[in-house]
Design a protein around this ligand. Structure first.
Ligand SMILES: [Cu+2]
Length: 268
């Protein structure tokens, strides 16, 4: 081997040594920058109107989840027992549905939904790509057909509701902007007044609470406190981002049946 060849061989060994030594560091950096964050995720929503006659109409909701480069996100982690949680709310907040679309592969989720009328709906998806953050993506969609007459969103005079035979009283310890607060639901039997002590876990917690601002723009995150029993109390933690009117939907399960209790509150 001549001298220039020796030199090239030596340099290439040196370079490959330099290149290989910190490669685990490079991988870590790559992994960190590959971490899927909400800002790097795009969702494309489509609604395929069914052929059913009004007022009730079934339509297929399709959600494609992609990285901002356009590649589908393939893998999702189970979060609260499901790969994806979808909330469907009418523009006037009178209609609420919480469903779990089927994963079709290639970042596509689908579910048929029975909409009460045409018009605008807020779709809210909660999911966690594998190796990424938990995230929420929201979209307004418009369904063909005649919209229902809007029902005004009016703050409740009291937070004492009876739904499907259960009396549910809500108390909120601090109702202010950007304050950590707790929502406590207290359950009694609507007829006997006896405390309800047989709440069943729903999606891995004592219940599920959704909060949306009156204009549909702010979806407020709520967490059930850990280690709760089976009633008569269910406690959740949250924080309201801005003053205004919000609707709260509490979902609970008794006798393998989920019921939804709505409240409207004004955050001063
Ligand atoms: Cu869900």
């Amino acid at each position: 081997m001549n001298k220039p060849m020796m030199f090239i061989l030596f340099m290439s060994i040196l370079l490959s040594a330099c290149g290989s030594q910190p490669s685990w560091e490079n991988e870590e950096i790559a992994a960190a920058s590959d971490r899927i964050m909400a800002d790097n995720v795009e969702t494309r929503w489509t609604i395929e109107d069914g052929q059913t006659s009004e007022p009730g109409r079934e339509a297929l909701i399709r959600l494609e989840i992609r990285k901002d480069g356009g590649k589908p996100i393939e893998a999702f982690d189970i979060n609260h027992e499901k790969l994806l949680h979808l909330i469907v709310i009418s523009k006037d907040l009178s209609y609420f549905n919480h469903v779990h679309p089927e994963y079709k592969g290639n970042g596509v989720f689908e579910i048929a939904n029975d909409f009460p009328a045409g018009g605008e709906y807020r779709l809210i998806a909660d999911f966690k790509p594998t190796g990424g953050d938990s995230m929420t993506k929201m979209e307004w969609v418009k369904l063909g057909g005649e919209p229902a007459a809007p029902i005004p969103v009016v703050p409740d005079a009291n937070w004492d509701k009876t739904v499907e035979g259960k009396r549910v009283r809500l108390s909120i310890d601090r109702l202010g902007v950007n304050e950590d607060t707790t929502l406590s639901f207290f359950f009694t039997d609507g007829k006997t007044g006896q405390p309800v002590t047989d709440l069943q876990p729903y999606l891995g917690a004592i219940g599920h609470v959704v909060i949306l601002s009156e204009d549909g723009e702010r979806y407020v995150h709520v967490h059930a406190e850990k280690g709760q029993g089976t009633g008569p109390n269910a406690v959740f933690e949250t924080r309201f981002p801005k003053s205004g009117v919000y609707k709260i939907w509490g979902q609970f399960q008794v006798d393998n049946h989920v019921f939804t209790v709505p409240y409207v509150v004004n955050v001063p």
